[in-house]
Ligand binder design. Structure first.
Ligand SMILES: [Fe+2]
Length: 258
């Protein structure tokens, strides 16, 4: 039987859309700690590197917690000392809700096209091994660089553009997403890399209080797409998927660990 959020503690504010946008954070007041971190190559959706702040057992690596020995769900992350020392403020922001933290890392993403992000849409399986009756794991995305023309793309149905929400990513944008429910990827135009703090949190009263103190919005208006881009990108994605399937015999619908 597929895993169901109904068997876990979850927060009502996510029920309708699967995401919540918080009041923006004043990112300009903080040092650019992400430039000091140690990054490791880790293939996610897009051309990325990651700097772990919390990993399964405190090592400088980004693998899913269930791949370790002993395996565990995306909770009880162990802080990676070398990077925590370089980024005390980012660490404090991840700890601020007071909820259990699983994986916590800064992602570095190179620029891409809208079609790339549609092709990269995936859902996470960060509730793998999560014991029923405990809190459902959701993920915070705190944009660090100022990328007002970039958007987090969310879809309830991967192949239905009518279910798409686009959330702008200026510096200080804060979004929490049920990434096991919503297909997601970032469209990041321009010519500079983007940095974002991503944290897995356990749903519960602590996270609920943290969200409610930050003017949460469970639905936001999407900035418009340039005329014709949606159709053009859908065509590109269909062609890429067909080419991949022809080359490998597998479809692109593989669940990501990212
Ligand atoms: Fe993801």
């Amino acid at each position: 039987m597929p895993q169901s959020i109904d068997d876990y503690i979850s927060l009502p504010i996510f029920a309708e859309t699967g995401y919540v946008v918080l009041a923006p954070y004043d990112q300009a007041q903080d040092p650019q700690e992400w430039l000091d971190l140690e990054y490791v190559d880790w293939k996610s959706s897009g051309d990325t590197r990651f700097a772990p702040l919390a990993s399964a057992y405190g090592d400088m690596e980004c693998n899913g917690f269930w791949h370790h020995d002993p395996p565990k769900t995306d909770k009880d992350g162990v802080w990676v000392e070398a990077n925590v020392d370089r980024a005390p403020q980012l660490t404090a922001r991840a700890q601020e809700p007071g909820a259990n933290v699983g994986r916590c890392r800064v992602i570095e993403l190179k620029p891409n096209e809208y079609a790339d992000s549609l092709y990269n849409l995936h859902i996470d399986d960060n509730n793998r091994l999560n014991p029923e009756g405990t809190g459902w794991i959701v993920r915070g995305f705190f944009n660090l660089t100022d990328n007002p023309d970039s958007v987090m793309i969310l879809r309830e149905d991967k192949d239905d553009p009518a279910t798409e929400t686009r959330i702008s990513l200026p510096a200080g944008a804060q979004v929490i997403i049920d990434t096991q429910r919503l297909w997601h990827a970032v469209w990041h135009p321009g010519d500079e890399v983007r940095y974002c703090l991503i944290t897995s949190w356990e749903s519960g009263p602590q996270l609920d209080a943290y969200i409610n103190e930050r003017s949460p919005r469970a639905r936001v208006d999407s900035p418009p797409l340039p005329s014709g881009l949606a159709e053009q990108a859908a065509q590109t994605v269909a062609e890429r998927r067909a080419a991949k399937q022809a080359a490998t015999g597998i479809t692109a619908d593989v669940m990501s660990e990212a």
